[in-house]
Design a binder for this molecule. Structure first.
Ligand code: ZN
Ligand code: ZN
Length: 620
């Protein structure tokens, strides 16, 4: 009786201690509890430790304390029961997987529960590959998978975008008779949606006799991740039609699809809907809203959403920093980063990409270099190729072409096509033919059929009036079958997204649009606008101008919006390629003459046109 009482007191005190923030070894209880343990404590200690793990699995720190405690009191490292619990709580706390894996490797013959737990941990982590290796190992050890194995495995495969492996696992699922389980089906639908297999996704979806909210979210989220916003909206409509009530996850997918499409009005409706049905804007939904407004060029609204997010995560800060940077508000992005540092939030590698991008677009060469040099030591982030790319861009923009080239040569990583392309772009803007040819030679090795490179080099030749080279380059492009990415522009009018391609004549308002375009050209000429002949000849990126009446898609889109919106309404255009110099100049003048603010989101950045000038300061 006396012993039981003691045990109870020990548990209560120990629990209290673990729930507090006092480190175990600093407490007098530690001394106390190490003294009350009888001589051969194993079964009793084991039970205690498991109970404690279950009761207070709230921080990895305490998890490791309990683990240390168990070792100290004779519980062997390979104890499967304790191991199973440690792995489970370590994974549930989504801490680093290496600890869980180390414990796992100590256990002899782990059971299926333990295998599944570790596979789940990797599937939900940022590095899902080991989940696949674990599954292979598990089968090698002749452990049979169960109903829980496949949803986790499919999740990992979806993240890796390995549809080939996904199909193999699908066959195994069928062989094992698990295909009829709704959560396995959800995993498969998501896999196919995310891996650009819309037909398989549809087929799987149609086959499902029971569809729960997770099913709908799986397919909607899959298409959103795969950059298929139309499919997302389609499924959302279907979902509403059959009366399934969307939840927060649905909203996040929907918002990211709207952000991708630049469908601001639709995104706003989602925002209003969330407000109306009382869906609390938590961190994830807040971040998605923030991303929507930033990607639609509405940075002041993005800031409001940011201020309203109660538990801002690093993702929230990063989204706004990147948003400010790409919208041309570099110094604000840097200020926000400094604020984040004051709050002692650790930036991620993406935060630093945004920061370096901001420095580069503000011409802050020294600051950019400082941040880059401090990455490893101060922020604990090893620079990736993207960060090196930012520095090449930083130097290139500032006109320090030679320095940029020296920097590339000194890189510890193998420079990829993007790095050389950045240098080529800088050369073409600052007129450095010799290094442009060096960069071009590298690009021919790494990515010979990229049409953008032909454009950059061709622009450079054209600016030097080397027309023979321009024509030769164009012939070569045709001969080698370099495919031009078709350009298109999207605008949203009254909850509908309208798409235009070059010289588009398919729109019902075709006649009015072209009359408007002719008027625009006339008015622009009066303002002294001369079509940019260099680009007419050289801009072969997408939309060659066969004659003066063939307009690039963004001009058509703007004409369409000028006809259909009230004076003073802001116009937003989403373009899939880079804006050409001729359109850039024309849009600047349109913004002045028609007194409209025009936002163009092109392949890599935003242009905010206002009163005849652009936020990119003519460098893009
Ligand atoms: Zn153009
Ligand atoms: Zn611009």
């Amino acid at each position: 009786m006396h012993f039981k009482l003691n045990l109870c007191a020990f548990s209560c005190n120990f629990l209290h201690l673990l729930r507090s923030n006092i480190p175990l070894k600093h407490s007098s209880l530690y001394f106390y509890c190490t003294k009350i343990i009888p001589e051969n404590p194993k079964p009793y200690i084991l039970k205690q430790c498991i109970a404690l793990l279950q009761a207070c699995a709230s921080s990895n720190y305490k998890l490791k304390q309990i683990h240390a405690f168990s070792i100290k009191h004779g519980v062997p490292l390979n104890n499967p029961l304790l191991g199973k619990h440690l792995i489970f709580f370590s994974v549930s706390l989504s801490e680093s997987m290496s600890y869980a894996h180390k414990i796992f490797s100590q256990i002899e013959n782990p059971n299926i529960f333990t295998w599944n737990t570790l596979i789940r941990g990797y599937a939900f982590s940022d590095y899902p590959k080991p989940a696949i290796d674990l599954y292979t190992q598990m089968r090698f050890d002749l452990v049979e998978p169960d109903t829980h194995t496949f949803p986790f495995l499919l999740k990992a495969i979806s993240k890796l975008l390995d549809v080939k492996l996904g199909k193999k696992v699908h066959c195994i699922v069928i062989r094992n008779g698990y295909e009829s389980l709704v959560f396995v089906q959800n995993g498969l639908v998501h896999l196919y949606a995310v891996c650009e297999c819309p037909e398989s996704a549809y087929k799987m979806f149609e086959k499902m006799p029971v569809r729960n909210i997770v099913t709908w979210n799986s397919v909607i989220n899959g298409f959103a991740l795969n950059g298929k916003p139309d499919e997302v909206l389609n499924f959302f409509k279907k979902m509403s039609f059959v009366g399934v009530v969307p939840d927060g996850f649905t909203m996040v997918s929907l918002l990211s699809a709207c952000a991708e499409l630049g469908a601001l009005a639709l995104g706003r409706r989602v925002h209003v809907y969330m407000f109306k049905v009382g869906l609390n804007v938590n961190m994830h939904e807040g971040n998605a809203l923030l991303d929507l407004y930033a990607k639609c060029g509405r940075i002041s609204e993005a800031k409001i959403v940011f201020d309203e997010i109660r538990n801002k995560s690093v993702v929230s800060w990063t989204t706004l920093i990147v948003g400010l940077a790409v919208n041309g508000l570099g110094s604000e992005a840097i200020d926000l980063f400094k604020e984040m540092e004051v709050k002692e939030l650790a930036p991620t590698d993406i935060t630093l990409v945004g920061l370096l991008y901001a420095c580069s677009h503000c011409g802050m060469v020294d600051e950019g270099f400082d941040y880059f040099n401090q990455m490893t030591e101060r922020y604990g982030i090893t620079p990736r190729i993207e960060h090196y790319g930012c520095i090449v861009d930083l130097l290139g923009r500032a006109g320090k072409i030679k320095q940029a080239y020296e920097f590339i040569k000194s890189m510890p990583l193998q420079p990829n096509a993007v790095i050389w392309r950045t240098l080529l772009g800088a050369c073409s803007i600052h007129g450095h033919l010799a290094l442009a040819q060096t960069a071009r030679a590298k690009l021919l090795e790494l990515d010979p059929k990229h049409c953008g490179d032909y454009v950059l080099l061709s622009n450079l030749y054209a600016s030097e009036h080397r027309w023979m080279d321009v024509h030769q380059l164009r012939d070569k492009m045709v001969k080698e079958g370099v495919r031009k990415t078709p350009g298109f522009s999207l605008v949203e009018l009254r909850n509908r997204v309208h798409e235009f391609v070059m010289g588009d004549r398919s729109h019902p308002q075709d006649k009015e649009i072209y009359a408007m375009l002719r008027e625009i050209t006339k008015v622009l000429r009066l303002e002294g606008y001369v079509p940019n002949t260099v680009n007419v000849l050289a801009d072969i990126e997408e939309e060659e101008k066969e004659n003066a009446l063939t307009y690039h898609s963004e001009k058509i889109a703007i004409a369409f919006m000028l006809i259909n919106t009230l004076p003073g309404t802001l116009i937003t255009v989403i373009k899939n390629l880079r804006v050409c110099a001729d359109c850039h100049l024309a849009i600047k003048l349109i913004s002045k003459i028609y007194e409209r603010e025009i936002v163009v989101r092109d392949r890599s950045r935003f242009h905010h046109f206002k009163h005849g000038s652009c936020s990119c300061k003519d460098y893009w």
